[in-house]
Design a protein around this ligand. Sequence first.
Ligand code: MG
Length: 401
Amino acid sequence: MASRPSTQRRRASVQFGSRTDIGCVREHNEDSLVVAPPLYAVADGMGGHAAGEVASEIAVRTLAANAPDHADTKALGDAVIRANYDVINAAQEKGRTGMGTTITAAVLDGPRLAIAQVGDSRAYLLHQGVMQQITRDHSLMADLLEAGEITQEEARVHPQRSVITRALGSDPGMQPDLYEINVSAGDRLLLCSDGLTTMLEDDEIERLLNRTRNPQRAASILVNEAISAGGHDNVTVVVVDVEGNAVAQEKKARRHGRLWAVAISLALIAVVCGIVGGVYNYSQGLAYLKAENGYVAVYRGVEGEVFGRSLSSLDHVTDVSVDDLTPHTAERLKNGVITKESLQAANDVVEQYRQQISEEQSQDTSASDDSSSSSSTTSSGKASSGSAKASGKTSSEDSSS
Ligand code: MG
């Protein structure tokens, strides 16, 4: 019977699937499993009269209650040893001598995989499409194979193929085999009872694992295939993808990328603001002259704007009429600006304009004194015009103050 403890510590980044089935021959399903990320386990009970069912369930419950939440191999082994004690005690209390179970337990914590194993349930790792058995069976067949006394084909049909040499439930001094390995993004962990491996050869299991992307679907297909092949035993499968870790790493990388993008953007904004601020501060030391309603006006800054902010402000409108200036200067002021390096320099230029106008008027007056009375009307007309503009100056200064 499958066991799924309520105290599951699911990690969203891990993808897994599982399935257990009674098979086609047995009256009970004596297998149990745990899927409580980062802990995964398969246990295959034995003992007859449902004793195996009890043994495997006690084992996985004790395991789930005591297993570490990170890939601590020793702590995982200690949890299996404690499960052994509990199965032994239960067997004694219930008078079920011979009750026992295998157990293959795994803790997958990031790139680290810890495994504790007793019996002939197995752990495989599919890495870059190639499946390798991580655990070594504690079985008579494994001993004979290692001794070179039988072949794989002979082991598959050997009359003692179900004899295991180590299990939980009998020896208080039992020690699990421990494995600690590194796994990579894209790897796939398979835990299974012998109901799978006695029905399907490793090559077929590898092919099915490679063919099926979804881990839950992979677990179901493996069980279905074992049943289709005869289903002589209970069959239990847990498939765990390390792809979830890849997704987590991808998200982490994207998150770091976003943080860098934000940091770079803020730095660029700071640089741009610094440049704009510097330009603005520099521009405010400059000044320019421009025609304003026919008179020369003095502005602080430079003409134009940045991000909607004007870089200049009117300082004052002078009494200097643009039309009294030389044609060339008047044209420049009407069609553009005359930029100076400071407000003082701009005011100096205005003063020069006044002097030029004054000198010109003095020359005109002298010329008028020397000329005939018929021509004085013209000089008088111009002086009168200058006076009118002087009146305009007072008005302009009032309006600009
Ligand atoms: Mg079995």
